[in-house]
Structure formats: C-alpha cells, structure tokens
Design a protein around this ligand. Structure first.
Ligand code: 8YV
Length: 317
C-alpha cells in the first residue's frame, strides 16, 4: 500500500471520510492511513516526501509542524467548516491550498442548536428521565418548563449557521437580536458587543467561528450581564467561552444554564460540567448525521479531484 506503484497522487489520511467517499478516494488516489498507522512517525518518514494532499477534519486538524515533513504538499482538505485547528496561514504562505466544507452542514447544526434550546426550556432530558425512572407515576406532574415563544435569542455571529438558527427561532416565535463583527442587512436588532447583547436576551446563542479572534469572547463580564434565567447555548467552538467563568456562573446559578455541543478540551472535558444539574451536554455532534457527514465527505473528495484535474476548487479558503 505504501509503494508508489499507481502513478496516482498520494494522499495522507489523518481522519477518514465516510465509507462511500473513502472508496471514491481509494479509486482515484493512493492513500496512506496516518490515522491507522502503528508507527505514524515511520509512515511519515517513508512517504512524507511523496504526499501531495492531506485529508483531515476539525479534529485532528492540520498543524504547521507537519509542513516540513510534507515538502510536496499541494492541498489540505478538511471535512469541517471550522478551520481553527488548521494551519491555514502557514499553508497559504507555502502556496498550499486549503478547502473546508461550508454550507452543507448549516441545517443540521441549526437544528441541533434549536434542539438544545428546546431541551433547555422544555426540559426534554428531565421529562425523559421522569418517565423512565417511574417518578411520573409516584409524584404526578413534573415541574413546569418555559415557553420559547416571545423569548429573545441573542445570536453571537450571524454567519451562515447563525442565519439558519435565526430562521428556525423565528418559526418558534422567538425574537432575534445579534452581535457580529459587522452589522448585516437583516431585520434583527444589532448590538455592538456581546455584553450589550447578553444584557438584552434570554438565550445567548454562540454561532461564531473559533480561533484566536474569538477566544474567550464570552467571559465573566458577558455572563454577568445575563439574567438569572438566561441560557447560554454553544454550537460554535469551546474556545469561544471562558469555561472557568462559565462553570463559576453555573455553580452559583447566576444564569439559568448552558447547552453545550463544544468544549475547550474535547473529548476530555472539564469534569465539573458532569456534576452540574443546569447543563445539557452533547459530544460535538451538531453535524453528526449520516446525510450531512456524507455531504461533507463528498465535498472533500470533489475538492481533491478538482485540484488534481487542474479544475477550480469548489470551496477554497
Ligand atoms: C465536525 C465541525 O464535528 O464542521 C465543523 O467545523 O465542528 C463539525 O462539523 C468536526 O469537523 C469533526 O471533527
């Protein structure tokens, strides 16, 4: 498998795609499975000089430290919309293309965001446990939830995913407000800072990109601006939230709770989250459906094929 016999471009797979798309890759390219290698270092040593493309995803991403090991690299294709774990600037400096998977995941991620809001206000998880544990028959009606209708959803980052969340929240009769690097041409009220937004919303929905620019954008000051029944929902990146400040707010119940799909240190999250009763935790799986992961995988394949055919990339960065 590791010998250059086919004349096909050689790719290094850091994280595999869905099975159907792996088959397509296998037909068009010679694959080297870094993800499966018993000795990844030895694999790099053997084939690094011939690798022309890298296949990866948000985790493990692609680090600049790999570049000297891959002198023939032309393209890094990640099965993620987020590129905070990809050394984009270092790649571009060397003329290496980077592609990601925008748009195809917007709907699923937005659905999950609304799912977390529903779970928070209508207590879906609590209700499930109430029935399953037999409390319903012993105690009668479970405690009341809160309506979504009329609640103010403050969206941080009104990009492609944020807009899809807004559409769904509108359908649930919520009011939308937002903050973003730039004011958008939308009918929703704009707030210049997350603190001002937090002071005016019931749900603080985090939908901005991760990375250095947004690191700890949601800090103690923002959390203090939320009212005691407000929820933070995060489907963006764990790095956007100062987790120490969030855990503190959750422990002293200065906010209603947090619905989190993403964490600072995944999958080894801060164990204090697991001890809180005002959180809804999800394992970074907002795009985790067969349909969306297939579409993301297909985009990776199509970008790679386009590149090696000399055609324009579909979704370059
Ligand atoms: C994936 C994501 O879960 O697209 C993104 O940026 O965070 C998710 O869709 C991630 O790529 C998996 O590693």
């Amino acid at each position: 498998m590791n010998h250059p016999t086919s004349g096909q471009p050689e790719l290094l797979v850091l994280r595999p795609l869905m099975p159907a798309q792996m088959e397509q890759l296998e037909q068009a390219f010679q694959l080297h499975r870094y993800d499966l290698a018993e000795d990844p270092e030895a694999l790099l040593h053997e084939v690094g000089g011939r690798i022309r493309g890298v296949v990866t995803s948000g985790a493990p991403g692609f680090q600049a430290a790999m570049l000297p090991r891959l002198p023939a690299l032309e393209i890094v294709s990640t099965s993620s919309v987020g590129t905070d774990s990809i050394a984009v600037a270092a790649c571009k400096e060397k003329g290496i293309h980077v592609t990601n998977t925008p748009d195809v995941l917007n709907d699923d991620v937005a659905d999950l965001a609304i799912g977390l809001v529903l779970n928070a206000l209508r207590r879906l998880g609590d209700g499930h446990e109430y029935v399953r544990s037999g409390q319903w028959s012993q105690r009668g009606m479970m405690p009341l939830g809160r309506s979504l209708k009329g609640k103010r959803m403050g969206i941080v980052g009104l990009g492609r995913i944020g807009l899809e969340i807004a559409k769904r929240a509108e359908a649930m009769k919520m009011d939308i407000l937002y903050t973003s690097r730039n004011r958008k041409d939308v009918p929703y009220p704009y707030y210049a800072t997350p603190v001002e937004l937090a002071a005016n919303c019931d749900i603080l929905m985090l939908a901005c990109p991760g990375g250095a620019d947004t690191r700890h954008l949601i800090n103690a000051q923002v959390l203090d601006a939320l009212h005691p029944e407000a929820w933070v929902i995060n489907i963006s990146r764990g790095s956007v939230v100062d987790e120490e400040a969030l855990i503190n707010a959750l422990q002293r119940k200065s906010i209603g709770g947090a619905g989190l799909d993403v964490f600072e240190n995944e999958p080894h999250i801060d164990t204090r989250f697991q001890q809180l009763d005002n959180v809804i935790l999800f394992p970074h799986h907002a795009s985790g459906t067969t349909e969306t992961r297939s579409a993301m995988s297909q985009l990776v394949v199509d970008n790679l094929k386009a590149h090696f055919r000399g055609e324009p990339l579909l979704t370059p960065l």
